[in-house]
Design a protein around this ligand. Structure first.
Ligand code: G1P
Ligand code: ZN
Length: 543
């Protein structure tokens, strides 16, 4: 074993955010960089001695090299056992599941999620704790503190491990188990959903396209949809994970999954379309001719989950991140379910799930999940939709129309302003913050402001409080806008503007989101003074 000393901490000022540490790949490849982060993580959890971990990633550039380094470090730090996905692959929900099933002390996910991969793109490492969920704030803070003082890391000088074959081997005194990435996850899905019903749906001619976006869900979707559930070969496209995701941006939304969107809006559209992101935790749902927003998807799943065996007992409650539309609140209200609003980031759902207060949760950013793991889960959402479609025998469009006729429609859109100079973004936010006390009761761009605040979350389980979680503006007629700065961007700042307008069950549900949201958007443009701060009012990405 070697103890490598490092002269200068490579981590100055770098703080792991809500999704672990994300940086340019070349930064992670700098000598000692990944090593320091991993050592800081081991230090932060009280050392690795005698502990067990799961390690896997989404297959992006540097995935396998990073795993080799981490295995040697885990061995040098005295870990007892590490479970690794074959080929270095594991989706984020599969890591979460393995941590729980095998009762390991934690696990590492190597991914920058939906960010592009490659030597000139992004890489990331995320640490999950023993409940299978992302490390809570207290641990990420300690990791950060460790990175500020770290002066050495431990690594075992030994040969690389063969990641390509399942089986058990060892490095020093540490046991290494290479497992098929799909098997345990597929078994969990088979317990939650009525696979016979879904098999019968496909056998009856139901058609589907799943875009794996050259990322980690390729093997999972091919195995479960095509091999187990009998969907025809070719149902899953872009199914082989590649180091740069085929040169694309593995983010399942109408902008980045454009090929799928085009097919779903064409005359030759299959009945159902779906996509997942780099590490398999996000999902996009689209029917023949109709896109389902993630907020609506959460609401539809909440209203229909009981149709799947895993949720037949009913839901304890539903949680959504604050910027997510209130569509799921409408369902919870009507069905008498508990309903929670949390800050952005999956980790805030962990306590609610562990305490049994909620069964389903979701975010507007294409994340949906349940208490089956402690991460959002892309393929799980797709399978729950399939189970519901199989039970109801209706198209996605008619399920959505029924839903809106029952609960009303929450028109919704997110506008992203990317690579904004950090000072300009901060100044814009501060400008709105300064007005918060004076906005209620005023009329802006013809719309009455009914309230404004900055969101703080009081965790009902551990009593902790998280401040500064986004600025909220409410308008007459159940309109809402939310402003926040992204915590995951890697260039400058990203301003996210979330627009929402409720339309009651009997109202018109056939407007385009742009039309339905125009009044709220005009008010936001005026309140923020966006033109002056950013030099533009048009976003880079609208989802
Ligand atoms: C984004 C999403 C957020 C999600 C996170 C990690 O964070 O908005 O919902 O939890 O990625 O996938 P943001 O960049 O907005 O901070
Ligand atoms: Zn992801």
């Amino acid at each position: 074993m070697t103890i490598q000393t490092i002269s200068k901490g490579p981590f100055e000022g770098q703080k792991p955010g809500t999704s672990g540490l994300r940086k340019k790949t070349r930064v992670f490849m700098e000598p000692g960089y990944l090593e320091c982060f991993v050592q800081a993580t081991f230090n932060a959890i009280g050392g690795a001695a005698g502990k067990s971990f799961v390690i896997g990633g989404d297959g992006r550039y540097f995935n396998r090299e990073a795993i080799q380094i981490m295995l040697k470090m885990a061995a040098a730090n005295g870990a007892a056992r590490v479970i690794v996905g074959q080929g270095g692959l594991l989706s984020t929900p599969a890591v979460s599941n393995l941590i729980r099933q095998r009762q390991t002390d934690g696990g590492f996910v190597l991914s920058a999620s939906h960010n592009p991969g490659g030597i000139d793109a992004d890489f990331g490492v995320k640490y999950n704790v023993s409940n299978g969920g992302p490390a809570p704030e207290a641990i990420t803070q300690t990791m950060f503190d460790q990175t500020q003082t770290i002066d050495s890391y431990r690594i075992l000088e030994t040969a690389d491990v063969d990641l390509s074959t399942c089986g058990t081997s060892s490095a020093g005194d540490m046991q290494i188990e290479i497992v098929d990435p799909v098997t345990d996850y597929a078994a969990l899905m088979a317990k939650l959903f009525d696979f016979d019903k879904i098999r019968a749906l496909f056998a009856g001619g139901f058609t589907m396209r799943f875009d794996a976006m050259h990322a980690v869900t390729g093997p999972y979707a091919t195995s479960i949809l095509e091999r187990v559930l009998g969907a025809p070969a070719g149902t899953v496209i872009n199914a082989v994970p590649s180091e740069d995701f085929g040169g694309g941006h593995p983010d399942p939304n109408p902008v980045w999954a454009k090929t799928l969107m085009d097919e779903m809006m064409s005359d030759a559209a299959p009945d159902f379309g779906a996509a997942s992101d780099g590490d398999g935790d996000r999902n996009m749902i689209v029917g023949c001719g109709v896109y389902v927003t993630p907020s609506d998807s959460l609401a539809v799943l909440a209203a229909n989950a009981q149709l799947a065996p895993g949720y037949a007992q009913g839901l304890a409650g539903v949680a959504r991140s604050m910027p997510t539309s209130a569509a799921s609140d409408k369902v919870a209200e009507r069905l008498g379910l508990a309903c929670f609003e949390t800050p952005t980031g999956w980790k805030f759902f962990g306590n609610l799930l562990d305490a049994g207060k909620v069964t389903l949760c979701g975010e507007e950013s294409a994340g949906t999940g349940s208490d089956h793991v402690r991460e959002k889960d892309g393929l799980w959402a797709v399978l729950l939709w399939l189970n519901i479609l199989a039970e109801r025998g209706q198209s996605v469009a008619s399920i959505l129309a029924d839903h809106w006729a029952t609960y009303g429609r929450n028109y919704y859109s997110r506008h992203d302003y990317e690579a904004v100079p950090t000072e300009a973004a901060n100044a814009l936010m501060q400008g709105v913050r300064d007005q918060l006390g004076a906005l209620a009761g005023t009329t802006i761009a013809g719309l009455e402001v009914t309230g404004a605040d900055e969101f703080s979350y009081h965790d009902p389980v551990d009593g902790s409080v998280s401040h500064n979680q986004g600025l909220r503006l409410w308008f007459a007629g159940e309109g809402r806008a939310v402003l926040r700065l992204s915590g995951t961007g890697t260039e400058g700042a990203t301003l996210r503007v979330y627009l929402e307008q409720y339309a009651a069950p009997e109202a018109d549900h056939g407007l385009t989101p742009d039309v339905a949201l125009r009044a709220v958007r005009d008010a936001v443009v005026e309140i923020t003074g966006m033109q002056a701060y950013l030099g533009r009012i048009e976003p880079d990405v609208k989802t």
